[in-house]
Design a protein around this ligand. Structure first.
Ligand SMILES: [Zn+2]
Length: 272
């Protein structure tokens, strides 16, 4: 039997214990500010995303889970949370990235559900950026999730090829942090939900490429798979996913990678 405290995340009591860690991260001179998390429910409005079992629309399960995740994060008292959309509206990929970068988000978490023609495919996976897909399925995913006509979020970034040494270092650090965040969230989903885990993958996904903070994209499960879809349609199960993701994010901000990120300044904006 689990103790009540272990089954809940976010009591302020626990937040107090983390405050010391945040003071160390932000520096003793600065009062700790809240950690800015941009939660990005994939698709919306005219873009339904994938349509799965029983005509389940990806945009709907993404939004409901993301709203729940945002609420849970806010309840910890540690996070300032914004959403790229809080209702069923269309938001372009560049706009999603602009929202994150202009706000100087500390973390970017995109919430999606997966689809495969083979309805036996199932399970959760968490992506971070790579210019080379980790496998053919990851390459296919990038085709599905990226809008073909989306240019860079800021025209001045067009043709960003030559990179300063500082910019390259910042990008490498961001990738390391994104990798850590992805691993933490994948493990939380594995431990706290009954979805099978397909682990961490890498792909060239637009929202991961153009956000300045550590960024991950969560594929909660396959809405083309009957069992996964039935779970994603259940508010009780979505609550479990949101709870697992919230606890994973809380765990990530306690990591040395995040403390280091805060020490350096949360955003690498303008350095790539
Ligand atoms: Zn999607």
């Amino acid at each position: 039997m689990r103790s009540p405290s272990a089954s809940r995340i976010g009591p302020r009591l626990q937040a107090a214990a983390w405050a010391a860690l945040l003071v160390a991260a932000f520096g003793a001179a600065d009062p700790p500010r809240k950690i800015r998390v941009l939660v990005d429910p994939g698709h919306g409005g005219k873009d339904a995303g994938a349509i799965g079992w029983k005509r389940t629309k990806e945009k709907d399960v993404n939004l409901r889970t993301a709203l729940d995740l945002a609420k849970r994060l806010r309840e910890t008292g540690l996070f300032d949370v914004r959403l790229t959309r809080s209702k069923d509206v269309f938001v372009t990929l560049p706009d999603r990235c602009r929202l994150a970068n202009e706000w100087k988000a500390d973390l970017f978490v995109s919430v999606h559900a997966n689809y495969a023609h083979d309805r036996r495919e199932k399970g959760s996976e968490v992506y971070f950026l790579s210019d080379h897909a980790s496998d053919p399925e990851a390459a296919r995913l990038a085709e599905v999730e990226n809008a073909a006509d989306a240019g860079p979020p800021d025209p001045s970034r067009d043709g960003e090829v030559a990179q300063s040494i500082l910019g390259v270092m910042a990008r490498t650090e961001n990738l390391n942090r994104s990798s850590k965040l992805a691993a933490t969230l994948a493990l939380a989903l594995k431990k706290k939900t009954s979805l099978s885990s397909r682990g961490v993958k890498q792909a060239s996904l637009y929202v991961l490429h153009w956000t300045d903070s550590p960024a991950v994209l969560v594929e909660m499960g396959f809405i083309s798979n009957r069992r996964d879809a039935a779970r994603l349609r259940s508010s009780g199960f979505r609550n479990k996913i949101a709870k697992a993701l919230a606890s994973g994010i809380v765990e990530y901000v306690r990591s040395k990678e995040f403390v280091e990120q805060m020490r350096q300044g949360s955003s690498t904006a303008g350095t790539r």
